[in-house]
Design a protein around this ligand. Structure first.
Ligand code: ADP
Length: 261
């Protein structure tokens, strides 16, 4: 009898050890896959604008430089490609810092109403190009003080509002509102009546490089990094981010912030 019990215990322990090891190995495999996918994505994202720039510069060197009708146009396009490369590298830099936990939050008290107004000012031209109205929906134009990293929250607002313009309908609207939540929290919502996102795409939206329209001839440019940066920043603040969306109706991204006591 005692031997059987011991054997049983031993078997159990071996089983548990084997299970733990298996889990450890599985985790390593998943990480390795993730790393490979990430590197693949990075080089793919960089290649497209690099080849664009190279293409235009080569055409210019092959003679187009002296063709008054096209030379400026090609230079502008090459420059646009470089701009895109810079954006991607800056986003990658940010993601890396956020993922290694290297990003120090610079927490301060600031007026979120004023910050939203300043982001609106910066993006007014971009919205005007698509005749999109930026609407700030607040009851009273009084300061609402929050405690957070102002520069990072500005980036969150900017990424969300830029998306709502990029994926918004011509002549549509982007509305930002702030609401009080329980326990010294406010929730900031960015709502658009744009193309919306299907249920199938919602769960992966915040992943690095995830884009709904993966076709080579995408209508709008982007790296698929914006939303994952947004999520990282909000989570670094121990706050929450939500998305609700319906295809053809519009999207609402919202995040919480701590109100200054
Ligand atoms: P990017 O805009 O560079 O592709 P993001 O990470 O900001 O990357 O967004 C990921 C994807 O989510 C976008 O490619 C787009 O398909 C979808 N998306 C984001 N915001 C919106 C929005 N407001 N309306 C519709 N689709 C959106």
């Amino acid at each position: 009898q005692p031997i059987t019990t011991d054997m049983a215990t031993l078997t159990q322990e071996i089983d548990k050890y084997a299970k733990d090891k298996k889990l450890e190995i599985e985790t390593l495999i998943v990480r390795e896959e993730y790393r490979k996918e990430f590197l693949g994505n990075v080089s793919h994202e960089l290649k497209t604008p690099l080849f664009t720039v190279q293409g235009y510069l080569e055409t210019l060197l092959d003679g187009a430089l002296h063709d008054e009708k096209v030379n400026e146009k090609y230079l502008i396009r090459a420059n646009k490609g470089l701009e895109r490369l810079i954006y991607i590298v800056q986003d990658l830099d940010m993601i890396t810092k956020l993922e290694v936990g290297d990003l120090q939050l610079n927490i301060m008290e600031f007026d979120i109403v004023e910050l939203i107004e300043s982001v609106f000012d910066l993006l007014e031209m971009k919205a005007a190009k698509k005749k999109i109205s930026l609407i700030f929906d607040i009851d009273y134009n009084e300061p609402i003080m929050v405690t957070a990293d102002k520069e990072r929250i500005q980036q969150v607002l900017s990424n969300l509002i830029v998306n709502s313009i990029k994926y918004g309908e011509d002549k549509g609207t982007t509305e930002v509102s702030i609401e009080n939540l329980i326990k010294n929290k406010v929730i900031v919502r960015v709502t658009d009546n744009g193309e919306g996102i299907s249920k199938a795409n919602l769960p992966r939206l915040f992943e690095r490089f995830y884009r709904v329209d993966k076709s080579g001839s995408r209508k709008v440019g982007g790296s698929g990094l914006g939303l994952s940066i947004v999520k990282h920043i909000i989570e670094a603040h121990d706050e929450k981010i939500y998305v609700e969306s319906e295809l053809g109706v519009g999207s609402e991204f919202s995040f919480t912030l701590e109100k200054t006591k």
